[in-house]
Write a protein that binds this ligand. Structure first.
Ligand code: CMC
Length: 429
């Protein structure tokens, strides 16, 4: 295969190297394009633009493949746990027994938040969206750990990583407790990551809290499935913000803000809102699909479609099975699950969705699991953020560790007015 691409502009030929990844993905390296030709590329939504070399996550959207550091998501879902998967993503290898124990022990040293931060929650309206609180609180961490305020490397980065992984579930659970007026429940370090989170969410100081193992298992699985997804919108945000030299907390805070959007992580909340609306209107999914196809304003089949997956989303396949298991183990029958399954079946047979290669994505069934566990609707995207945190951290670390990193600064093709002169107010009519 040729390892250069030829571009011809105004009768002149230019050669650009083609670089190849470890899974034979090929990309044209245009770093010298502007220097050599005076031209830039234009790529709305970055549909064809690679922004970095990365050794963290491999995704083949045509074949429905997702691997973290080479290991298929299906294997991790079956055998791993969230902290081990986080270690794998951040440090590149599965931890040894000792590394695994040390990672867990060190992380649990950082699960509490500074007591002064609790007052922070009083400043928000009670009905504030928890994603806004999460993003603000994570940014605030840099005011409590000022030694890491500049971009951390080495040991300093290790502390920021542990702090973030340790504290995010606490910050998230406290925001829920605040919204319902219950006392904060402090972390319990002897519990697993997911069990500790469930206890902080649903425990109360007046009673013993027993973690439901089925709920814990389902949550752990969802956290792992969300842990990384290469250069998606929030991850690219973390990298872009971080590329300016900002600290990890500020970059992750920006990533959380990006994830909140309804075309990204916010879709999981929108899916359940959509299913509830269909239920309220009589449960007729086919009628809803007609509205989607007629492109009624604001009507999309939420939880369907993906920028990269054009076959199936392997995470959705695992989640659908886990959803069935969880509901039967917990003895729950959720009418929204029936609506979702009928909707999926109808969409997968419908030409509109088939032609556009639209399949259920990670968000289509995850909300049914969150509902079964008792997670309130406005916390769904927060669950996504807790799961995605190790991926954001791994991508940030890879970026700051790379000697090739430059500040992210796209260009534009200007389409505004050409040179003209200022008109004084009196002469403007
Ligand atoms: N319902 C109806 N039509 C759709 C949908 C959908 N969910 N998704 C894509 N389309 C149509 C779209 O209208 C377009 O049709 P046409 O070419 O006739 O104009 C075509 O499919 C291509 O869509 P696109 O919007 O150009 O594709 P994209 O790669 O820019 O968008 C997406 C990807 C995920 C934003 C989009 O599929 C979508 O809005 N899905 C619903 C929201 C959602 O579930 N988001 C979660 C994504 S997975 C988790 C995550 O990333 O956080």
């Amino acid at each position: 295969m040729p390892n250069t691409a030829i571009l011809e502009v105004d009768g002149k030929r230019y050669e650009f190297p083609i670089i190849e990844g470890s899974e034979n993905e090929r990309g044209i390296d245009i770093s010298n394009l502007r220097k050599e030709t005076g031209l830039i590329t234009l790529d709305n939504g970055y549909m064809n633009t690679g922004s970095c070399l990365s050794a963290i996550t491999y995704l083949d959207g045509e074949k429905g493949i997702l691997r973290y550091r080479g290991i298929p998501i299906e294997e991790l879902a079956e055998h791993s746990n969230f902290l081990e998967t986080s270690y794998l993503l951040i440090y590149g290898e599965l931890p040894t027994k000792k590394q695994s124990e040390d990672f867990r022990t060190n992380l649990t040293r950082h699960t509490m938040i500074h007591e002064d931060m609790k007052r922070f929650y009083d400043g928000f309206p009670r009905d504030a969206h928890p994603m806004a609180i999460l993003s603000s609180a994570v940014n605030t961490l840099s005011t409590f750990y000022q030694e890491e305020e500049s971009q951390p490397h080495g040991r300093k980065l290790t502390y920021s990583i542990l702090r973030l992984l340790g504290k995010l579930p606490t910050i998230a659970a406290f925001s829920y407790k605040k919204s319902i007026g219950q006392p904060f429940v402090y972390p319990t370090n002897s519990l697993t990551y997911s069990a500790n989170f469930l206890k902080m969410m649903f425990g109360v100081p007046a009673e013993e809290y027993e973690v439901n193992p089925a709920a814990e298992h389902a949550l752990r699985l969802l956290f792992m499935l969300h842990a990384d997804h290469e250069q998606n919108c929030s991850t690219s945000t973390v990298r872009l913000v971080g590329s300016a030299g900002t600290n990890l907390y500020a970059a992750i805070s920006a990533g959380i803000a990006a994830l909140w959007g309804h075309l990204h992580g916010g879709a999981n909340q929108r899916v359940v809102e959509m299913l509830k609306r269909i239920q309220a209107e009589g449960g007729d999914g086919e009628k809803f699909l007609e509205r989607v196809k007629n492109r009624e304003e604001g009507v999309r089949l939420m939880g369907f479609g993906h920028r990269v997956y054009k076959n199936f989303d392997p995470r959705a396949t695992i989640i659908k099975k886990a959803c069935d298991n969880l509901l039967s183990k917990m003895g729950i029958s959720d009418p929204l699950l029936d609506i979702a399954m009928k909707l999926e079946e109808a969409a997968l047979k419908d030409d509109y969705f088939v032609e556009r290669k639209l399949y259920p994505n990670v968000d289509f069934y995850s909300g049914i699991i969150y509902r079964a566990i008792g997670i309130p609707l406005n916390m769904f995207t927060v669950m996504f953020a807790i799961g995605r945190l190790p991926g954001w951290i791994a991508q940030f670390k890879e970026m700051v560790d790379s000697p090739d990193t430059k500040i992210g600064r796209p260009r534009q093709v200007y389409t505004g007015p050409v040179h003209r002169h200022y008109v004084p107010l009196a002469e403007r009519g």
